[in-house]
Write a protein that binds this ligand. Structure first.
Ligand SMILES: [Fe+2]
Ligand SMILES: [Fe+2]
Length: 342
């Protein structure tokens, strides 16, 4: 009987275990063996997701100082801060796969890793804050609710918390728009203008059409992703159309019509060449977004240094305490052996 090459047998057993875990719809955890392609795909997807949360703070963050009331300012502040938190959970999830956070940030600001195309569009009025909450956070919910059942444990668990916050974001956006629609003619016009500008880019957030999405199939086989880009886009349209009717705005798509037979809304085709342009760096705000992120990273260097120095000092202090405790125990034991009261 031939002796198996060293390493060949355990690798096969590990692959079988991995396949069974997926087939049983259970989670892969950081300690488990996983194929290199699975790990690399997850790192890429989670990093891109984390970058989107962090860059996504910018378009709305620009309006914090110009919010129309203290209440709106407090809400917007909380929302933008939530997005920072989402970025942090996700960078932590990427770290469980062996990725280095400093390296991921470097890849973002050098343009080697992407973030969602939607954040390369400008926010021109306060109505944009509402429409981003309604459309962009709404699209994020469609995308992310299925990710709560993603096969990689840390990613799935991060998503559960993130989704709860995204649904608050969507509601605050919609509530802001309802308020503006009850206001002046000018405010209603601002809402409609923001809807016109953000509708198509929001549909593009789900990525290219299924026939043109090279990584989707593999991600679905690995159960990282549960639904195709087109399925999620349809779900978003079906969810949003009745909300637009209730709000009293028109979605800028003449081809939007209820399909009796399929019981879904048929809709027009987004301009895929625009998505391609924006993804490849030529959107209205790409340069400004990345430059702002690079600047913020440089400005934060002293904070990272101080935090690292603090952590090192804490560690030294803890080590000294542990050493002292061990010595005390030793002295007490020696004293006991000699019959001397400690
Ligand atoms: Fe978020
Ligand atoms: Fe959000």
């Amino acid at each position: 009987m031939p002796v198996p090459e060293s390493g060949a047998e355990p690798q096969t057993a590990a692959q079988t275990r991995f396949d069974h875990t997926l087939a049983r719809d259970q989670r892969i955890e950081p300690r488990d063996w996983m194929p290199e392609g699975y790990r690399a795909t997850l790192v890429r997807q989670i990093a891109q997701h984390a970058h989107s949360e962090i860059i996504g703070m910018q378009p709305e963050g620009e309006w914090i100082t110009r919010a129309p009331s203290l209440r709106r300012k407090a809400i917007l502040f909380a929302k933008v801060q939530d997005e920072a938190g989402h970025g942090l959970y996700l960078y932590s999830a990427a770290e469980t796969l062996g990725a280095d956070r400093a390296d991921l940030t470097e890849r973002l600001i050098s343009g080697r890793q992407k973030y969602s195309s939607i954040f390369n569009y400008p926010t021109l009025s306060y109505a944009d804050v509402g429409v981003i909450g309604w459309f962009v956070d709404g699209a994020a919910i469609c995308n992310q609710v299925p990710l709560c059942r993603s096969s990689y444990g840390p990613y799935a668990r991060a998503m559960v918390r993130i989704c709860k916050e995204e649904s608050f974001h969507q509601r605050q956006g919609y509530e802001l728009l309802l308020t503006m629609m009850r206001g002046s003619e000018k405010q209603r016009a601002q809402v409609q203008d923001a809807v016109d500008r953000w509708w198509w880019p929001s549909l593009m957030m789900f990525g290219p059409p299924d026939g043109n999405s090279p990584n989707s199939e593999r991600s679905m086989a690995w159960r990282i992703k549960r639904h195709s880009n087109d399925e999620l886009r349809q779900r978003f349209v079906d969810m949003t159309v009745p909300q637009a009717e209730r709000l009293g705005v028109t979605l800028p798509d003449p081809e939007l019509v209820w399909n009796e037979e399929r019981e879904v809304w048929d809709f027009g085709t987004p301009d895929w060449s625009e998505l391609q342009r924006v993804i490849s760096g030529d959107g209205p705000c790409n340069q400004a977004r990345v430059e702002r992120r690079r600047q913020a990273h440089e400005d934060g260097a002293w904070v990272r240094e101080a935090a690292a120095a603090h952590a090192a000092r804490q560690q030294d202090r803890q080590a000294a305490q542990d050493q002292q405790a061990a010595q005390d125990r030793q002295t007490a034991q020696t004293a006991q052996l000699k019959g001397v009261p400690a």
